[in-house]
Design a protein around this ligand. Sequence first.
Ligand code: PGA
Length: 239
Amino acid sequence: MENKIIIGNMKMYMNIQDIDKYLKEMENKITNNVILCPTNIYIPYFLNKGYNIGIQNVHYQESGSYTGEVSPKQAYDIGIRYSIVGHSERRLYFNETDIDINKKVKSCLSNNLSVILCIGETEEEKNMLKTDIVLKHQLKIALNDIDKKYQDKIIIAYEPRWAIGTNKIPSNKEIKDSINYIKLILKQCKLDLKVVYGGSINDKNIEVLKNIDNIDGFMVGTSSVDTKKFGKIIEIINS
Ligand code: PGA
């Protein structure tokens, strides 16, 4: 069933040669429920091929003197239709705050870009049993003042920070409980959004993860640049 969302967050990986090979090897494997998010400068290589394309980050202004940044309006202009917002690597290494993230969400939506909003707790917060508090806080600020009319254009990616790039993965029950909690908070905000899981997904653990019954899809990081692994992940999720 091709109804689950599959996001490939390709991070800062690959060069032109790799991409050439990638596109050939993935040609018949990228189904229309897949959203590919390549490194900015390589996005044009992925456009006009019938794929859903996302950018990994945007600025919240439409234009201006912001050296090194890309606006949602510019992204839309070249055919990008999604943006990841608030990825934990942005929060951690680039000091993105929940307030910045809220501005980015609003700017994306008003410029026709759908948003993949990432939230998740650190290992320390998990150990202190603060996961729910953190998720609620991140969601409430990021989605503050967002009109209900945009609800088809927002996907929540639940990505525990401690599970990203670590090969550590929560149990199906932990993921299920967090997704239920996220959906409860969203309901209180009068929003009905899709929620996906991301963090250390590979072609082996996806067999188990796909059994989580309240999940709307998956966000795959490092494994999404490996054609064998990503091809298999897509096949398993769609089967
Ligand atoms: P990972 O990353 O799959 O490499 O853990 C997930 C993500 O950052 O979205």
